[in-house]
Ligand binder design. Structure first.
Ligand code: ZN
Length: 171
């Protein structure tokens, strides 16, 4: 197990559409373990494989970050149903460091996926979990939460991100 580097905006790899995996084998399980370690180390509650540069349709989530760990693994997730009622959460993203914005998404969704052992599962998610699943599934399409914001708000965030970079020196 190891901690991998999390790519951040504007890294173009984040804009790739991830590909479905054939099945869950050792390689996928090792990737999921690494993703979980990486996510815990960065104090996030969700991570998609593309965020560590792997364009596979794999997501890990753990909403219990401060309590007992409760990792969830989603391979090839597909949203079967979404509620027409929305909820709003202030979202952040490990690939858009230190930036937050209120995003509206369906408050419930039903998702079909393969679990850590490659078994097919169907989950009815609501609240924070539903939002988190949808945020992570956007990553699989190359979408970031800032894409939902107005042009002005988005450009402000992108500007702030570039300010977060260390100073460039020539010596
Ligand atoms: Zn994210």
């Amino acid at each position: 197990m190891s901690i991998r580097k999390i790519l951040t905006e504007p890294d173009k790899i984040l804009r790739q559409v991830s590909k479905p995996v054939e099945g869950v084998g050792n390689e996928e399980q090792n990737l999921m373990r690494d993703m979980l370690d990486t996510m815990y180390a960065a104090k996030g509650i969700g991570l998609a494989a593309i965020q560590v540069g792997i364009p596979k349709r794999i997501i890990v989530i753990d909403l219990n970050k401060d309590e007992k760990k409760n990792p969830m693994y989603f391979v090839n997730p597909i949203i079967k149903q979404k509620n027409s009622v929305n909820s709003i959460y202030e979202e952040g993203c490990l690939s858009v460091p230190n930036q937050f914005a209120e995003i509206e998404r369906p408050n419930k969704c039903e998702v079909e996926y393969l679990d850590f052992d490659g078994k097919k599962q169907l989950l009815k998610a609501e609240g924070l979990l539903a939002t988190c699943i949808q945020h992570e599934m956007d990553h699989l399409e190359g979408i970031l939460f800032i894409d939902y914001l107005s042009k002005l708000k988005k450009s402000m965030i992108l500007k702030k991100l570039s300010k977060n970079k260390p100073d460039r020196i020539v010596v």
